[in-house]
Design a protein around this ligand. Structure first.
Ligand code: P6P
Length: 330
């Protein structure tokens, strides 16, 4: 490869330039989605800084309130939620914001006022792991606003197939954004020295197989029988078990190394623990765009018709061969 080709091949591409070049591929795009992704990037950089300093700034621990899930809110949950609201709130094309931390969606502007998109997010998934410095993350999903639907919750309760963009930001040993706008998966790493997410993978394809399963086996005795038979088979087949207990970290490892991530129905969470709209759907879109599969019960996760904003569902997602292997036991 000539020096010039090398230079082009090793081009330095920021998230900003990547998003603008993607926008240029759609002649009728007006840049609204680009602005939203830019706001999510700003929120991610700000949260990354706060996560790194949480112990120093003494903002770990309980906030003293419960969220709509009846879970104890941590101070960092509230801080991350506020950061995202402040970064996204002034983007003129956003109609509705829906957060895991808020019972109701926030209606910012109607379609008549320019509200074109809805953004759903889990501001700091896995935050209970913060005190042990385990990777945590922000998960986001972007859908189109329904101009004829006045109710915020009904507007965002759309099947995952209708997402126009989805992704996560993993605050781990490095800060990584994984993003899809429906045209493959691209990955970016935050270069803190210049404050920019730099593209490291484009059109990423995940491994078709991987002898790794990721599940909280403490719940195994209450899994439906088919999951238990799958686990017995995995144990007998020499699979490795990897479970961090932070969905963004577990899904990122699955994307990179292959394998399967499962959160089955359990005695404590008979419909599964993970939330459909702002955890399972964005992850399912990423996994499918990278060549994997994502199922909830008998059906494809992305085809579920949501009934409630905070609806929970069981999830099996990962490498095509591994998800099919799990399904063969269900
Ligand atoms: P368990 C974190 O609380 C979370 O929502 C996901 O990030 C994670 O995958 C799951 O719950 C872990 O749940 O029951 O295994 O602790």
């Amino acid at each position: 490869m000539s020096d010039a080709e090398d230079l082009v091949h090793d081009n330095l591409v920021s998230l900003q330039s990547h998003v603008l070049s993607e926008e240029a591929r759609h002649p009728n795009a007006q840049g609204d989605l680009s602005w939203i992704i830019s706001a999510i990037s700003l929120a991610g950089k700000t949260i990354a800084n706060k996560v790194r300093r949480a112990r120093l700034d003494d903002v770990l621990g309980a906030h003293g309130t419960e969220n709509v899930q009846g879970e104890e809110q941590l101070r960092m949950d509230v801080i991350a939620n506020e950061i995202i609201m402040r970064c996204l709130g002034d983007r003129a094309s956003i109609a509705v914001l829906a957060s895991e931390e808020d019972e109701e969606p926030t209606i910012l502007r109607r379609s008549g006022e320019g509200g074109k998109y809805c953004v759903l997010f889990d501001p700091l998934d896995g935050s209970s792991n913060l005190d042990s410095a385990v990777g945590v993350g922000t998960i986001f999903s972007v859908t189109r606003n329904d101009p004829d639907e006045p109710d915020g919750e009904r507007t965002v309760c759309r099947p995952g197939t209708e997402q126009v963009a989805a992704g996560y930001i993993l605050y781990g040993s490095s800060t990584i954004m994984c993003l899809t706008t429906g045209n493959g998966v691209d990955m970016f790493v935050l270069d803190q020295a210049i404050g920019s997410f730099l593209r490291v993978r484009t059109s990423y394809r995940m491994p078709d197989a991987g002898a790794i399963y990721s599940v909280n086996e403490a719940n195994a005795s209450s899994f439906p029988e088919g999951y238990q038979r799958y686990l017995e088979n995995a144990h007998a087949s020499g699979y490795s078990s990897r479970y961090i207990g932070s969905m963004v970290a577990d899904v990122h490892r699955t994307l990179i190394r292959g394998g399967v991530f499962l959160y089955p129905p359990t005695g404590k969470n008979p419909t599964g623990k993970l939330r459909l709209l702002y955890e399972a759907n964005p992850m399912a879109m990423l996994i499918e765009q990278a060549g994997g599969l994502a199922y909830s019960g008998a059906g494809r996760t992305l085809e579920i018709h949501p009934e409630r904003l905070h609806q929970r569902i069981p999830v099996v997602l990962g490498s095509k061969a591994e998800v099919e292997r799990v399904r063969s036991f269900l």
